[in-house]
Design a protein around this ligand. Structure first.
Ligand code: ATP
Ligand code: MG
Ligand code: FE
Length: 336
């Protein structure tokens, strides 16, 4: 089964072809990162415009690189949400046009399901499992007992982990996106700043990162007032360690609570070196099998969308041509 995946939820125009949901035949990504960098974040209007310019050529590239003719594609999988509505619409409109002209069925995919399935492209998912999803817009613990089955155990009450990285980077005068530069600095610094960890209620699997962001803001503000220099690397290390401590502890709580033996990391923040190595160490210690996507599949791509789409197609979960973008799409609305 060949599936074409289309992803335009944010600032990557991505198209890919997979075979049987786990073999990557092509994975084309046109990133707009440099365009948005000078604004310090993604500008929705600019993103949509760029998607329009790139989508057709990316579809051609993905088919060509896969060596698959359009008529051999079984289904077209497209990100329905969550994401920027104007950006989502470009991918959805392209997918619908293709479906209408070729008769190839359309299947809707939830972007976060995609991030989880990035792992499936490396090694088939084995259930039951818990996935820690850490991305630009989401921080969630998801329980899965089978394909297409997602149960949210906990999520962030304010900022997502990636969002916290981006905001703190901005406060520190580092470029967007903030994850990579903070990760690099954190590697050479020491934990000298005493920053808070939001554990919330005793058994809570929810997250909160806005207090940490405010704490960093205070550190910078106080230093400025006293005319002192910020120890940049040490602040990065302290911030990153606070994020990692909470992510790891909550993930292990979720693993214990559900009794699973398998943990998956997913989303853009799973590219973080500190998180990868410390979570691996903790899982080794606790006898939990940890699966982490390779760096290139951590951030937005369409291969992960095609992977989920394959299971959607096998489950008979087709979308009508009235399919619309859903900026706040719930997983349960598309994956049943
Ligand atoms: P969502 O998937 O929730 O809709 P998104 O698609 O914008 O949001 P991703 O592309 O999955 O998010 O991830 C982007 C985020 O990952 C950014 O916030 C970025 O700062 C963060 N990130 C990337 N690399 C690293 C890193 N090495 N360490 C920490 N964060 C990182
Ligand atoms: Mg992105
Ligand atoms: Fe994403």
């Amino acid at each position: 089964t060949y599936v074409l995946g289309i992803e335009t939820s944010c600032d990557e125009t991505a198209v890919a072809v997979t075979m049987d949901g786990n073999e990557l035949l092509s994975n084309c990504i046109s990133s707009q990162m440099e365009i948005h960098q000078r604004f310090g974040g993604v500008v929705p209007e600019v993103a949509s415009r760029r998607h329009v310019e790139r989508i057709t050529i990316m579809i051609q590239d993905a088919l060509e690189q896969a060596g698959i003719a359009l008529q051999d594609i079984s289904a077209i999988a497209v990100t329905q949400g969550p994401g920027l509505v104007g950006a989502l619409l470009i991918g959805i409109t392209a997918a619908k046009a293709l479906s209408l002209t070729t008769g190839i069925p359309l299947v809707p995919v939830h972007h976060i399901a995609g991030h989880i399935y990035a792992n499936h492209l490396v090694r088939p998912l084995q259930f039951p499992l818990v996935s820690l999803v850490v991305s630009g817009g989401h921080t969630e613990l998801i329980y899965m007992e089978a394909h297409n089955h997602f149960e949210c155990l906990g999520k962030t009450r304010d900022d997502a982990a990636g969002e916290a990285y981006d905001k703190v980077a901005r406060l520190m005068g580092l470029p967007y996106p903030g994850g990579p530069p903070i990760d690099r600095l954190a590697h050479v610094g020491m934990e000298t700043y005493n920053l808070p960890r939001a554990w919330l209620e005793l058994d809570s699997l929810d997250f909160s990162f806005s207090g940490l962001k405010s704490a960093v803001m205070n550190v910078i503000h106080n230093a400025n007032q006293r005319g002192e220099e910020i120890q940049e690397a040490n602040l990065a290390t302290s911030f990153q360690q606070s994020v990692i401590d909470v992510l790891i502890e909550k993930a292990m709580r979720a693993v214990k609570k559900t009794g699973v033996k398998r943990l998956l990391l997913a989303g853009g923040v799973s590219a973080n070196r500190g998180l990868r190595s410390q979570l691996q160490a903790r899982c080794d210690q606790d006898g939990i099998y940890l699966q982490i996507p390779p760096i290139e599949l951590c951030t937005d791509n369409a291969a992960m969308i095609a992977a989920v789409g394959t299971y959607q197609w096998w489950a008979g979960n087709e979308a009508a041509l009235t399919l619309n973008a859903e900026p706040n799409l719930k997983m349960s609305a598309v994956h049943r």
